[in-house]
Design a protein around this ligand. Sequence first.
Ligand code: AMP
Length: 423
Amino acid sequence: MQALKGTHDILPEEVYKWDYMEGVIRAVCSRYGYKEIRTPIIEATELFQRGIGDTTDVVTKEMYTFKDRGDRSVTLRPENTASAVRAYLEHKMYGDQQVHKMFYIGSMFRYDRPQAGRYREFHQFGLEVLGASSPLADAEVIAMACEIFHRLGLKNLDLHLNSIGDRNCRPAYRQKLIEFFEAKKDQLCEDCRERLYKNPLRILDCKEEGCKKASEGAPEITDYLCEECHNKFEAVKHYLDALGISYTVDPRLVRGLDYYTNTAFEIQYPPLGAQSAVCGGGRYDGLVEEIGGPSTPGIGFAIGLERLLLALDMQNLIPVPAVNKKVYIAALGEDAIAAGFKIQEELRSRHVIADMDLQGRSLKGQMKQAGRMNAVYTIIIGSNELEKGKAVVKTMETGTQQELPFEEVADYIVTEETNSNRL
Ligand code: AMP
């Protein structure tokens, strides 16, 4: 049996890397005032149809959707924004008129074509700010993404920034775009020909060569922004400038759906190649309403953790954790093992890492194992020791040994530890 295509195990030897990334992320989140939210991995399909949009690739082609035993259509979440907004509404968080800042870390599922940096089950860290319409929130969210990368030591990232306007100014732009692409329909891929009337903005970020070429010279949204959207975009840029965060305005960075408004951004790490986007986000002032709630502004982003890990590994930025220092208990014979087992429990309850054989090794084999594990102390209980009711405690570094009554062993090691700091 093998893990499903596009899914992967995170083995015990790798988990420290995830702990490290998540530790840095959590620390930054708490400084910025974000609280964690954990939502179910499975939701009603309709939530994503409405919350992501039923003309997007994610919804039309990539969702893990199936009927449960009660004949309800359910879906493994392809992203977490819709679920976070659902929770915000279900628990009436809007009732307190406050800004809510939430973050999440977890698995997402998309039936995508697997390749380096693209999986069917992948992990995202993301956040959502609900209830804040100020462009300062947009700038703060972007600054926070940059701060996370900075804390992790990642350099050479490119921040792409755009504004996609709002319900007032986007329709005119959309119309211009349709007119522009209608004349070039033959050059578009099949998907984009379909998108032309449903979701023409998406043609701009199609990766097909023909579509890229056809997009050359296309009208740019920044020329169509209404005064309000223009001013908001200028304010976001102004705040980023104030922090010295550099960015490229990229008019091709779009999101096609009505509930996305104003700021859109993406952070790329070019050495990752084809899948270089490590972070994507933007403002979605129409989403809460779309899901059935009161009009509420929102902004958020998500970072792909597998891609972030690849980038960190490429730059050797993940510190290897110190090896745990241990006590090993070597014992032979049932009664000796029982005595050792008791000492092991006492040590563990006093915060000492202790271990003993579970494979029926000989005493010699156990001593070897203590060496392999780089034990700091080895406690030996053979038949002689059992008779005397004493264990041999060997300090591995110096080779010195002494005999101690069983009940004094843990005390001795804990005191030694306080004095010598070996453990
Ligand atoms: P999105 O939710 O599509 O805006 O994606 C946000 C981030 O999640 C991207 O910038 C990627 O880093 C990551 N991501 C999206 N899809 C995948 C995938 N199939 N496999 C791995 N990472 C992904």
